[in-house]
Unconditional design. Structure first.
Lengths: 372, 293
């Protein structure tokens, strides 16, 4: 087990394409870090640089006390779980698990003990003599995780390990990965494009876009205080509504409506306003402050997503599906729940008037993030 | 397996007919002819034939010359198969690891395959020419006076080198494509699990290449036994009789030069049986250990 430090790491491919630029992350021992972002944001490249499968163009990666830039993947003391499992097709499950240990000259009795332990943890005992092709997708993914666990490495690296599984299995495997990582306490870096997976697994999230870090923080911090409009639109489902507004005096002009912001204001002039769908409340016409033309409604069961327009701005409101939907409606929002972003740079503007929920879940162990 | 429905029960036979006709005309019919004529002593001028039973077979198998040619054929086939597979694999593994300019490199290696066997034999002869052959001069540097066409061993070595050289590109193409069908992530997983590249090759790459290698083993043996005819013909034609030849070449010599059609047929039937047994052996005992994806 070890801390990992990524310092000003860049990846420039031949031909000058920059996939990752000057990324720095300090990962504490035992922490579960999730790199999340749309495809092409450089998250996999960053992970592969930590693994040693890609060369590091600039910067330094440290695992434990060693700078590993020039160290062979096999000597970095890491284990990786791949998206398509990458099991050795000609070996049985047992041989797959034992392969890495055998090559490190681990004694046979030790190998047997570790494989047995991993098989017990992952409920793979009945399949040890089978070849990978005789296993289901979920079982293959378990073998891939077992291969990582038996090595007892300093760090686990996960490269979108659940994307090949169906939705139901993904949810249960997600829980399994989280529990397993808690149990063995190994530092983990997990790459995914699925923001829900990222939110549920991470001790800390790293949101990447275009090879740069947009924000690092605990999942709920990122959710409640997105640092940029990109993060705001990426984290959360449905995505945060982003609308053009103008602040004049103590009032925010949003389409045809004026919202009173109270004594403190974030800024003056043009801003991008962020409104979480669940912060919007629906009222019969005339009661709310924002006149709302409903376009269409998505029924999700417990929730209903109402899509519509305020002035010429598209908004989505998430409301309980228990109350009947009035024919014509208007919206309201508590001003302290509004997010403000600089119109030009997309950066968050913090203001004293905002009010966010407490981010720590009471009574549950949540790892404290290291200095970010 | 997908089941296809045909409107008429005769339609599939109709589709198969051209292939069956070709196999019948060019394979079964000559085979039957060969088996039949192997029991006869044919008049060289075609004035009739006499039934002689198995004496064509006993003559061939009992002859000292035939036995020595058979021994050479075994050595020749084993060496050509082993060397062309081994070198082809080495080149493919190395070419696969090349990152820059790999396309040009691969093309250069594949190129040789476009050369027809007699031309390869001719080029080989020039390489081993007594006066201008660069390989003969190279051998002379080590004090080896190579006399291809005169010295039995020298001719055998030249024959093997040219045959191997001709077959390497074929093996190279197949092994390279086999290598590239190994998923990148499996290789990467292996790179994390095993530091030594050599060990990775033996425990990971080679087992995953086994289907390709097995196919090539069958193809290369057949090549060495039969398709080296052109190379051998160019190298020993019109030369003193003390030259190494393989069984196929002897079939041709006896049948078309010696006009002993019966004896030559008996020899080709023997060859047919040998190949038949070899193929069964390969599928029975080697293919079992091959892992197919």
């Amino acid at each position: 087990m070890a801390a990992i430090s990524i310092k000003d790491v860049s990846k420039v491919y031949n031909g000058g394409v920059t996939a990752v630029s000057a990324v720095s992350i300090d990962i504490a021992d035992g922490e579960f870090i999730v790199l999340v972002g749309p495809s092409g944001c450089g998250k996999s490249t960053l992970l592969r640089m930590v693994a040693g499968l890609e060369t590091i163009s600039e910067g330094e990666v440290t695992i434990g006390a060693r700078v590993v830039n020039e160290i062979d993947p096999a000597d970095r003391d890491i284990a990786m779980v791949f998206q398509n499992y990458a099991l050795y097709p000609h070996m049985t499950v047992y041989e797959n698990l034992a392969y890495g240990l055998k090559n490190r000259r681990t004694p046979k009795t030790e190998i047997d003990a570790r494989v047995a332990e991993a098989a017990r943890m992952l409920e793979l005992q009945p399949y040890l003599e089978r070849k990978p092709r005789a296993l289901s997708g979920g079982q293959r993914q378990r073998v891939a995780m077992g291969r990582a666990i038996v090595r007892k490495p300093s760090a686990f690296l996960f490269d979108e390990p659940l994307s090949n599984l169906d939705a139901k299995l993904r949810v249960s495997m997600r829980g399994e990965i989280k529990r397993l990582q808690r149990r063995v306490g190994t530092t983990s870096i997990y790459v995914t494009h699925d923001q829900l997976e990222a939110m549920t697994l991470a001790d800390r999230l790293v949101v990447l876009s275009g090879g740069r870090i947009e924000q690092i923080g605990r999942p709920l911090d990122v959710y409640h205080r997105p640092a940029t409009t990109f993060v705001a639109s990426f984290i959360g489902s449905p995505a945060m509504n982003l609308a053009d507004g103008e602040v004049h005096g103590g009032k925010l002009a949003l389409g045809p409506a004026l919202i009173d912001l109270g004594p403190t204001v974030p800024t003056q002039g043009a801003v991008t306003v962020g409104l979480r769908a669940e912060d919007l409340r629906l009222h019969p016409e005339g009661k709310g402050s924002l006149p709302f033309r409903v376009d269409y409604v998505e029924e999700l069961g417990a929730q209903r997503l109402v899509h519509g327009l305020v002035g010429d701005q598209l908004l989505v409101a998430a409301v309980s599906s228990e109350n009947p939907l009035p024919e014509t409606v208007s919206l309201s929002i508590t001003p302290s729940r509004l997010h403000f972003f600089d119109r030009a740079s997309g950066r968050r503007i913090d203001w004293p008037g905002e009010d966010r929920p407490e981010t720590l879940a009471a009574g549950l162990p949540v790892l404290e993030a290291a200095a970010s | 397996m997908k089941r296809v429905q045909f409107s008429s029960p005769y339609l599939p036979y109709l589709f198969l007919a051209p292939q069956m006709a070709i196999i019948f005309v060019f394979f079964y019919w000559p085979s039957v002819q060969a088996i039949q004529s192997s029991f006869y002593l044919e008049d060289p001028f075609g004035f009739g034939s006499t039934f002689v039973g198995l004496s064509n077979y006993s003559d061939a198998l009992g002859s000292v010359q035939y036995q020595s040619i058979a021994r050479f054929t075994v050595v020749f086939t084993a060496l050509v198969t082993f060397l062309s597979l081994g070198i082809g694999m080495l080149l493919a593994v190395k070419a696969d690891a090349v990152l820059k300019g790999s396309a040009a490199y691969k093309t250069l290696l594949i190129w040789v395959y476009a050369i027809a066997p007699p031309v390869a034999g001719l080029m080989g002869m020039m390489f081993f020419d007594q006066h201008i052959g660069p390989l003969v001069k190279f051998a002379a540097l080590f004090g080896w006076d190579m006399k291809v066409g005169l010295n039995y061993n020298d001719t055998a070595i030249a024959m093997i080198i040219v045959s191997v050289w001709k077959q390497i590109p074929y093996n190279f193409i197949f092994i390279l494509s086999g290598l590239q069908s190994i998923p990148a992530s499996v290789r990467e997983a292996a790179a994390i699990d095993c530091r030594s590249g050599t060990r990775r090759f033996w425990t990971m790459t080679l087992p995953l290449l086994a289907p390709t290698a097995f196919f090539l083993l069958v193809i290369n043996m057949t090549y060495a036994l039969f398709d080296t005819f052109g190379v051998i013909d160019v190298m020993v034609k019109d030369k003193a009789a003390n030259n190494p030849i393989t069984l196929v070449y002897k079939v041709y010599m006896d049948g078309f030069r010696g006009n002993d059609l019966g004896g030559s047929s008996a020899q080709s039937v023997i060859l047919m049986i040998v190949v038949f047994v070899l193929t069964i052996f390969q599928f029975r005992f080697i293919e079992r250990r091959v892992h197919y994806n």
